[in-house]
Ligand binder design. Structure first.
Ligand SMILES: [Cu+2]
Length: 385
């Protein structure tokens, strides 16, 4: 009996082509992301060890996941966001009558650029530099000295209410919005003329706790991307609280396998990476949109979404995915461009090249894409831990 059983088990093993595992594919994917991240870090450090451009393993800035910041760093990051939302705006009242603060200058620049910098060849480079300019202001105008944080949404894909960044404590970016029963779905306009209906989730009102709760964080611009639009097309003065509606449905879109799929299936093809991240099937979506949609409300507004400070941590994570993909093969993947100059190519425009200029409004001089693709050259010297 024993002999027959072990023969049977032996045959079963022989007949198996793939290892049988009950392991959650998301857990497997998380481990794969760690591997990819380590490979990228190794390649990056190796590249700057041999370079003479001033970016060295000693002085490179290390961007960290929000939970990896010390309490002091978190406090200081939060304080500097408030500082930027207090300093005077440089935008002319003619251009945006509602802009009051330096923080608003970033929102207006994003509003102005939206129809060109989403689902297009500008998407990744534009947001990389916008984030860099924002970081530079936090440091030079508001004295921030800590690392730029990112929100690793693959870690909280089951429910964003479990993310430390949204735990509502004094050391978070605030919690959920107050629950409002019976809300109607929000129909958002997406660049390229698309629309998407976002059903109500777990919040819906003003953020109730943490440093960005009602009474502590005022937003003024927008809405632009959904009704009712703010005055002057969302550029007028519309002071109000920050709203959120955390969604455990849309957070599935930022599951670990969403990242490993694009990292492992796209090869050296930046077009594939871009489409998967930002516009699967040509329609705005992917991990980019899923990040916005799982936060909800003010973060749903494709135009004015930087109103929610989580915008910066979400876009740092998107930049991290791009950077990690580049970092698997720096020689082949750094100086690549893809895509046209308009969202979903509506209206049709030519492809961008490395020489195509990217506009940053009143924030900074325009830059060719060539200067925005390498995180370890020119203005940039940073690595994601
Ligand atoms: Cu954007």
């Amino acid at each position: 009996m024993m002999a027959r059983l072990s023969l049977f088990l032996g045959l079963m093993t022989l007949g198996t082509t793939a290892p049988i595992t009950n392991e959650d594919p998301e857990v497997v994917a998380s481990r794969r992301i760690t591997e990819l991240s380590e490979q990228y870090q190794q390649n990056t450090i190796c590249a700057i060890s041999n370079s003479t451009n001033g970016c060295t393993p000693q002085n490179i800035r290390r961007r960290k996941a929000w939970p990896a910041l010390t309490d002091d760093e978190k406090r200081s990051f939060i304080t500097s966001l408030h500082c930027l939302n207090t300093l005077p705006s440089q935008t002319s009242t003619y251009h945006a009558p509602g802009a009051r603060t330096r923080y608003d200058d970033f929102i207006i620049t994003h509003i102005d650029a939206t129809d060109f910098v989403h689902a297009s060849g500008f998407f990744l480079p534009f947001h990389r530099h916008l984030l860099h300019l924002f970081e530079s202001d936090l440091r030079s105008l508001c004295g921030y000295e800590g690392p730029m944080p990112y929100w690793d949404w693959t870690k909280s894909y089951l429910d964003p209410r479990g993310a430390e960044v949204f735990d509502g404590s004094d050391l978070s970016l605030g919690g959920n919005g107050a629950y409002i029963p019976g809300r109607k779905p929000t129909t958002i306009g997406l660049p390229g003329g698309f629309e998407k209906e976002i059903p109500p989730a777990t919040g819906g009102g003003c953020v109730t706790s943490g440093p960005f709760a009602e009474g502590k964080w005022e937003i003024r611009l927008g809405p632009v991307g959904f009704e009712p639009q703010g005055p002057d097309g969302g550029r007028g003065f519309n002071p109000r609280c920050l709203t959120r509606d955390l969604s455990a449905e849309f957070s599935k879109g930022t599951r670990p396998t969403a990242v490993t799929e694009l990292m492992d299936m796209c090869g050296d093809d930046l077009g594939c990476v871009n489409m998967e991240m930002d516009a699967p099937g040509g329609v705005p979506g992917g991990v980019h949109a899923s990040g916005h949609w799982q936060i909800g409300l003010d973060a749903l507004d494709v135009y004015a979404s930087p109103s929610d400070p989580a915008f910066w941590l979400h876009h740092a994570q998107l930049d991290r995915v791009w950077t990690m993909w580049q970092g698997q093969d720096l020689a082949k993947r750094t100086y690549q461009v893809w895509g046209t100059m308009t969202a979903a190519n509506v209206p049709p425009t030519p492809n961008v090249t490395l020489e195509t200029m990217v506009d940053f409004g009143i924030l900074a001089p325009s830059k060719p894409i060539r200067e925005l693709v390498s995180p370890i050259d020119g203005d940039y010297c940073y690595i994601y831990e």
